[in-house]
Structure formats: C-alpha cells, structure tokens
Design a protein around this ligand. Structure first.
Ligand code: NCD
Length: 329
C-alpha cells in the first residue's frame, strides 16, 4: 500500500484566488516574456508565492507536483536560476532532469539543433526551462515544444522569472510598488533582467532612474515605450544623482559575455561600486538589490546592512518559481 497517498494533504492551497482553479491564466502556457503578466496575474502569483513560503517554512515540501518532471536546459552558465528551478520543483514533490553542467556534455556538442533537443526532452518531461545565448531562442523552443517552455534568459533579451522575483522582492521589502522611485544601475543595455523588470514596472505608477555609462544605456525601444506610457523617467551617468531619493537601487553586473570588443568591456567594467560610504547617503529604507552574480558592483562590506536585499531576493526567487510552476500545471 502506498501510505503516502493516504496521508492528508498538508496544503491544498484552497484559499487561493478564483482564477487559480478556473483553468485560465497561465495553465499550460509557455513563459516567454513578462508581457504575459498583467497586474491581476502578478498579484495572484505573489499571493501564491506567499503560500509557498508558508508551506516551505512549515513542512519543507509538498506533493503538489508529485510525479512531474522538469527539464532544466542551460546553454549558458547559471548558479541561481538553475538551482532555484530545481529546488522549486523538488519542494513541490516533482523531479528534475538537470542539463546545467554545460551542454558540451550533451548531444548539442554533436551539432544537434535546439528544436531537436527540445523535441527530445519533452518526451521525458512536463515542462522545460531554457537558458540560451540567442535572443528569441525561448520563442523558437516554445514553437517546437508541446510542453510549456519557461524562458530562463534568452541572450540580452528577457529573463521573466528573474523580473517576477525582483518585483515580488520590491513589494516584500517596501510593502508597495506604486509611488516608488526605482533606480537601475550598471549594464542597462545588455542586462536582460533590467529589460524584463522595466517592462513589468511600466504597469505601475513609478518613477524610474537609469544610471549607466553612455555605452550601456537602456535600449532606445524600451526608453520610448516608457515615455509613451507616461512613466516618469530620467537617465544619468552618476549614482550620486539618484542615491538620496531612490527607494530601490537595482544594481547589475556589466555583461562581459555580450561584448564583441574586449577593449570596450575593459572601459566600462568597473563603472560603479556601491560601498558603505556611498550607501550612507541613501535612505534608511532603501532596498539594495542585485540579480547576482556580482563582480565588484556591491562591496561585500554591505552584506550585513539591513538594506541589502540581494540574498533575500534569491530566496524569494524559489517561492515565486514554485508559484509559477504550480500555476502552469
Ligand atoms: C542574471 C542573468 O543571468 O541574466 N543572473 C541571474 O539569473 N540571476 C544576471 C547576470 O548574469 O548578470
């Protein structure tokens, strides 16, 4: 007898909002872009993420996705995103095929195409998480797949699940999103997390400040969308211009791997470094965030500053991805 089946379900998520059970929303959907999320879906997702946190804190895992398999296919390096999806699936009772240790050990090194790899993995799994260096690769994978594909970063394009966890973290840290002054600092040109977070924030009443060297400014197309939406937005090269007023400082790494000219990377690689001294000028309530990995943009001496939210951000990522996986199923 399978005694596990006879145990009462510890969490049945019965008090989730209406759309959870009605089958609409995200059930069976690919997650390619943050544009798939309106404010109602976001608040629904965040409600679920809270449920997931409560469950994890109380019992560690549940059987919601028992018997389901997630394939984690990463053509680019990752620590957090891959581990986060793996932990999320396992805490929901499912299991994982991890192809995260470099596709050089997979048939990709024999010249297999992305659609063929996807068509193969879907024979074993119920959902595929993909990170790939090419813009639009997730969309191509989703077209080939019959199971949902989740974009875990497509080149310098989007990284929707990171932006979802970033937005969730802003709300957790500050209690709201509307009315905030949010400054993004660093590589705004190639930073896909910046692109996705910017798109999400367009739905809110926020003031945005973009701090970067000239070479790494936010893409014009995104800037135009912000202006068309009537969002209050400013650009500067200097953190000093935003430090005193920012409610959120979202700092990013210069994306070395996107540069074709190493000399250009050298020119901008150390453009910003947040230190305790600089942070003295920020508000006591400012949330200091970073998608990580950091390579010098935030002094580790800030790690014990209560405003440093980047490791809380990591944990939030697991709850948000759990919520997303449970919703997609
Ligand atoms: C980000 C990414 O891969 O875009 N990392 C992550 O997923 N947390 C940011 C980065 O690599 O700089």
């Amino acid at each position: 007898m399978d005694y596990v089946q006879n145990l009462p379900r510890l969490f049945d998520f019965a008090d989730l909002p209406e759309t959870e059970t009605s089958g609409n929303g995200l059930t069976g959907q690919d997650i390619i872009s943050v544009d798939q999320f309106d404010r109602e879906k976001l608040s629904n997702l965040f409600h679920r993420a809270h449920e997931m946190r409560e469950m994890v804190e109380r019992v560690g895992s549940c059987d919601l996705l028992k018997g389901s398999i997630l394939a984690c296919l990463f053509y680019e390096p990752s620590t957090r995103t891959s581990a986060s999806f793996i932990a999320s699936m396992q805490r929901l009772g499912g299991s994982v095929i991890p192809i995260t240790q470099g596709v050089q050990f997979s048939s990709v090194s024999k010249g297999e195409s992305l659609p063929d790899t996807i068509r193969t993995l879907e024979q074993y799994s119920d959902v595929i998480v993909l990170r790939h260096p090419e813009l639009g690769s997730s969309m191509r994978a989703a077209e080939a797949a019959h199971v949902p594909v989740i974009n875990a970063g497509d080149g310098a394009g989007e990284h929707p699940t990171q932006a979802l966890l970033d937005l969730f973290t802003i709300r957790e840290e500050l209690g709201t999103i509307d009315g905030l002054k949010i400054a993004m600092v660093g590589d705004l040109r190639y930073g896909r997390t910046v692109h996705s977070l910017t798109r999400l924030l367009m739905q809110y009443d926020v003031s945005l400040r973009y701090v970067s060297p000239e070479m790494l400014r936010l893409p014009m197309s995104l800037m135009n969308q912000l202006i068309d939406r009537g969002i209050k937005v400013r650009e500067t090269h200097d953190v000093a211009d935003v430090i005193e007023n920012a409610d959120v400082l979202y700092v990013t790494r210069v994306q070395k791997e996107r540069f074709s000219d190493p000399a250009q990377y050298e020119e901008v690689k150390d453009c910003y470094k947040l230190t305790p001294e600089i942070m003295q000028r920020a508000k006591s309530t400012t949330a200091l965030m970073h998608p990580l990995p950091r390579v010098g943009e935030i002094d580790p001496a800030l790690d014990d500053d209560p405003r440093a939210a980047y490791f809380r951000q990591v944990k939030n990522g697991m709850y948000v991805r759990m919520a997303l996986l449970a919703w997609i199923y």
